[in-house]
Design a protein around this ligand. Sequence first.
Ligand SMILES: [Mg+2]
Ligand SMILES: [Zn+2]
Length: 355
Amino acid sequence: MKALFLDRDGVVNIDHGYVYKIENFKFIDGIFEFIDMFIQKNYKIFIVTNQSGIGRRYYTLKDFNTLTDYMLDEFKKKDIKIDEVYFCPHSPEESCKCRKPSIGMVQKALKKYDIDLQNSFMVGDKSSDIDLAINANIKNSIFIGDSINKSASLNFTNIKEAIGYLKMEDMIKDEFMAHQKALSDTINEIMPNIAKASKLVVDTLKNGNKILICGNGGSAGDAQHISAELTGRYKTTRKALPAIALTTDTSALTAIANDFGYDFVFSRQVEALANSGDLLLAISTSGNSKNVNLAVKSAKDLGCTTIGLSGRGGGEMRGICDENIIIPSNNTPRVQEMHILVGHIICQAVDNAYN
Ligand SMILES: [Mg+2]
Ligand SMILES: [Zn+2]
């Protein structure tokens, strides 16, 4: 199991120095949410606290236990279960084996629980907390404070900042997972379409015809990216192949947009540049970009082959292209990530056909 080890004073409660009275025990802003985030991920929660105030006779073991009961009660009210509270009651002079950075308290936890230290965390506000993590092989350590602890894996000025960071990490993981799902859905559902489209591109080039590519925004970037792989090279050096992105001539784009309207920026260029037998690769995430679909129609009128690269169900483009590659996702960035992958796969098919 994964474990979250927490120092107490300065992490759970504000450290006024030797806190032992309930009225002086103030929970640190965000600590409930912070611990709850770990509980949601099935971490066991352990508090490991040096209480040398007992050894120094500033307060008694009974004082500490009373305060601990209060603390656990307050956690319970927030539905937070602290699995264990380990404490060292000794003063430094007693040279015990439990005072942090010695590892006695962690060893106690390891005796009772099967803890995966590689995936566990230690959170503290003193270097002895971080040194405990190092000495006990707790892989991840979080230092809370205004200074930087270079031995800690992460440093934050306060718990709230740590929460924000952990949420960002969760977001990153979610994005990767969404990408992975889009990828596996694409593999499972539309590989045959990618194969057919690749053959159309290869056949077009082998017949001595050319590839025109268009799209808006990120898809404009993809259009240029893919055409460059064909005119320049993809992975192997082979003959230069005729491909042109209709997104790069700013004079043509602005002139056509200005005189005819933005909807015609691609179709007008298709009419100028395309011949029968050429192939238009039309890219639109939604399949509903008007200027892209008008380009498809112009290409068809001229006797070109048309391939629609889309997502989100394929939109209007689905009905007008000879072949459709519709990424099975409604998540625009994930669709676009699959688009450039598909573009590269088509380039690989072309490379193979010329080697
Ligand atoms: Mg502390
Ligand atoms: Zn001790």
